[in-house]
Design a protein around this ligand. Structure first.
Ligand code: PAF
Length: 282
């Protein structure tokens, strides 16, 4: 596996691959790799000639300095995981100045309102940071397809919107949520929970599965009430939000319309660690 440590080295590498007519699949990350990332690479491997990943802890998408500082970083461990997986041909590890040559600031985007829903309400500016880094990485890596996990469903929708608005010739692929055996959605943040709390957190996905059973049997307010009751009875867990939204607009709904698709979204804080999850309702 090639480890590409600057924009110039990456660009020479990409140019050579393009000359050989290679189809490039790209999965950007912020490191702290886990099996969820490997599921992105697996799909990218199946659909492309070459798989490129990146590891870059993007400062502009964090809402405060403490969160940025606390973000787990272990580049040597990540490189070992990538090498062992045998799924990735090259990893790009840029310097901050490769992504932000002048000021470390995000551009402002109009994502047609997607940015104002859910995470946008509690994390102002977060999606501008994500848009900025992903657009820059797309321009440098020039992939044919790019892979993102459905756990961050709003992020995926925003990246789709940005790619469409900027007319970038890149196919955006959403990859189903990768779950631990107990159903907990894999996330780099899970490392901050001890074994007991990780086990207790399986209640999040269990509740989402119940929501899918209640869908079309109960009303939205009734479902919300039941979810609230579940978490009122969980020690050390706070339900930050639970809502059901239209899958396209991400706008919260109070009513199920027949011809639209819906998804339930949840954020639970477990011992100070913010866990997010979602489920398509069918
Ligand atoms: O999902 C992530 O890991 C990050 O938000 C991303 C897409 C790599 C941008 O920094």
């Amino acid at each position: 596996m090639e480890v590409l440590k600057s924009k110039k080295i990456l660009q020479d590498f990409i140019e050579r691959q393009k000359e050989m007519g290679k189809k490039i699949g790209f999965a950007p990350t912020m490191g702290a790799l886990h099996d969820g990332h490997l599921s992105l690479y697996k799909l990218a491997r199946e659909e492309n000639d070459l798989v490129v990943s990146s590891i870059f802890v993007n400062p502009t998408q964090f809402n405060n300095a403490e969160d940025l500082e606390k973000y787990p970083r272990d580049i040597n461990r990540d490189i070992l995981i990538l090498e062992k997986s045998g799924l990735v041909d090259a990893v790009y590890i840029p310097e901050v100045t490769d992504i932000y040559p002048e000021k470390t600031e995000s551009r402002h985007y109009d994502f047609d309102g997607l940015e104002n829903e859910m995470e946008g309400k509690s994390r102002p500016g977060h999606f501008d940071g994500v848009g900025t880094v992903v657009e820059e990485l797309f321009l440098q890596v020039k992939p044919d397809s790019a892979y993102f996990g459905e756990k961050d469903f709003q992020q995926l929708a925003i990246i789709r919107k940005m790619t469409e608005k900027k007319k970038l010739p890149i196919k955006i692929i959403g990859v189903p949520i990768f779950r631990a055996e107990n159903g907990l959605a894999l996330s780099s943040r899970n490392q901050r929970l001890d074994k007991d709390r990780r086990e207790a957190s399986k209640i999040i996905y269990e509740t989402l599965k119940k929501v899918n059973e209640w869908f079309r049997v109960l009303t939205v307010p009734e479902i919300k009430q039941r979810v609230q009751e579940v978490f009122d009875n969980q020690r050390g867990m706070q339900l930050e939000y639970f809502l059901i939204a239209d899958e396209k607009t991400l706008k919260e709904t109070d009513f199920f319309y027949k011809d639209r698709s819906f998804r339930a979204f949840i954020v639970v804080v477990v011992d100070g660690v913010r866990l997010i999850d979602n489920i398509h309702l069918d």
